[in-house]
Design a protein around this ligand. Structure first.
Ligand code: SAH
Length: 498
């Protein structure tokens, strides 16, 4: 069946559902497939735009995790402008457009501007997440009403729009959107207003998405549970006796690393992202940081003589900026040079400081960077790295006739492991090594002998780390094809797959 023509000059306010692309409505798919212009938010399902026309104009108007966002007025102005220019416009929002989606405001603006519109409902987060978590929002004899509430307001503020006493007295299930960070205050306000602290309560993170997680506790213990489990936005909170059904009615397949323990040996400061992502996949993470990163003191850096600056780790980026700052300089002083990053993690650390790396190789090892730099002219290069780095890159650049300065910006030092942490790592299902220094220092912390359990599988981030493992008599069971955290997680998932 051919998609019906969309009306030109009409705006479609479309709910895209909570995240599972399968929950996009037939009408939403048809409109996405036909629209001239689509303005979309951050929380739409990952593949929602796959069916858009190749020549459709796709405009992102979402917020970045509470940070910079396209102002609402600008979004509304764009809707009116594009519609008046004769386009068929889809305004695609996560969940339902009329549930905490500012759909009402947008419709009012369109009406005032005389622009015709149509509203397409979507599965709102409360409905989607509760269904996927096995929590019936109403239940005969247990809950006969549901309240959808924004947790955005601060209960400590006097001018809060929410009447916590009335909400505490509400005879039914409370569902809070947003505000997962405010849970301690919200729970305290509800309990102070008379809601029983022992009432079951649940938080569902990333409901209906592959990374969905939920925790069930009581109103009194929920905030602490959420903190411990590192639950993040987007999450909804469900308060009421129905939350207790989550255990009995859960039906989602277990997450891919559920029941597996994974030891993380990298420095504590760097391990958090890896550890968090492993937890999201269901793994039980055993933190065993064997290294610590120590920035080396040194004179302020003047980068102006260099036409190429190579960074080989996110730590190097942080330390480079410290050395620039020591001389009163900032990112602008790097403008004359080309910047090369060894991999995406390093490129991201640069991007966080406003620098787009000019060169990022396809293979994230020094040899890959050498290849990627083959066509880049270089006279004077700076290789900024750890004190004990490999010489592959400086040697290769020198062999091409470049003048190369190697600047040791930081060192990795041994971090002693507690006996418990060492025992937990030795017995984990997987132990991960993200650099040759993690291998060296793990052995040192283990008193020279790895003594891993029979079932423990060794995961290496790439060939250089694998070589270090073999030198210590440890054969890697899994080696990442992509030598970064994403690649390591992919390799681990492939290995753990049944
Ligand atoms: N219009 C949307 C809500 C937008 S407000 C809807 O109808 O669902 C954004 C909030 O929605 C988030 O802070 C979170 O509380 C909730 N949310 C959106 N998607 C979610 C998801 N997949 N899982 C859990 N909560 C979600």
């Amino acid at each position: 069946m051919a998609a019906p023509e969309l009306r030109s000059g009409c705006v479609y306010l479309v709910g895209a559902g909570p995240g599972d692309p399968g929950l996009l409505s037939a009408r939403a798919l048809e409109l996405i497939a036909g629209a001239d212009t689509i303005l979309y938010d951050r929380l739409i399902p990952p593949s929602a735009l796959d069916g858009a026309r190749a020549d459709a104009e796709l405009l992102y108007v979402g917020k970045e995790g509470g940070g910079a966002s396209v102002p609402q007025e600008r979004t509304e102005a764009l809707l009116v402008e594009r519609a008046r220019a004769g386009a068929s416009v889809v305004r695609l929002k996560g969940g339902d457009p009329f549930v905490f989606g500012r759909g009402g405001e947008e419709a009012l603006t369109l009406r005032a501007a005389g622009v015709p519109f149509e509203i397409v409902p979507g599965v709102t987060a409360a409905i989607g997440a509760s269904a996927y978590a096995g929590i019936p929002l109403t239940h005969r004899g247990i809950a006969s009403a549901v309240a959808l509430i924004t947790g955005h307001e601060d209960p400590a503020k006097d001018e809060t729009a929410l009447d916590w006493a009335a909400l505490a007295a509400f005879p039914g299930t409370l569902v809070l959107y947003m505000g997962v960070r405010r849970l301690p205050e919200i729970a305290a306000a509800l309990i102070a207003a008379g809601r029983p602290g022992a009432e079951p309560a649940a938080v569902v993170e990333a409901g209906t998405l592959p990374t969905q997680r939920s925790v069930v506790a009581t109103l009194a213990t929920l905030a602490e549970t959420v903190r411990r489990e590192e639950i993040r936005a987007p999450s909804i909170t469900i308060i009421g006796p129905v939350a207790a059904f989550a255990d009995e009615l859960s039906w989602l397949e277990p997450r891919p690393l559920a029941g597996r323990s994974v030891a993380v040996t990298r420095a504590r400061a760097q391990s958090s992202e890896l550890a968090r992502r492993l937890r999201v996949l269901g793994a039980q993470v055993r933190e065993a940081p064997v290294i610590r990163v120590n920035e080396l003191p040194g004179p302020p850096l003047d980068p102006t003589p260099y036409d190429l600056i190579c960074l080989t780790s996110p730590n190097g980026v942080a330390a480079l900026f410290s050395r620039l700052a020591a001389g009163g300089r900032d990112a602008r002083s790097l403008a004359p040079a080309r910047i090369a990053a060894i991999g995406p993690g390093t490129a991201r650390a640069l991007a966080d400081r406003g620098i787009n790396a000019d060169v990022v190789p396809e293979r994230f090892v020094a040899e890959g960077l050498v290849e990627a730099l083959a066509a880049v002219p270089v006279e004077r290069a700076l290789v900024a790295r750890a004190s004990e780095g490999r010489d592959v890159l400086p040697d290769a650049l020198r062999a091409r006739g470049a003048h190369v300065d190697v600047l040791a910006l930081y060192e990795t030092l041994a971090e002693p492991l507690t006996d418990d942490a060492l025992a937990a790592a030795r017995d984990a299902d997987y132990v991960t090594f993200t650099s040759s220094s993690t291998v060296r220092f793990f052995l040192q912390a283990a008193g020279g002998e790895a003594r891993l359990a029979q079932h423990t599988r060794i995961v290496s981030i790439g060939p250089v780390t694998s070589e270090a493992l073999r030198e210590h008599g440890l054969a890697p069971d899994v080696e990442a094809e992509r030598h970064d955290i994403d690649g390591m997680i992919a390799a681990l998932l492939a290995d753990a797959a049944p």
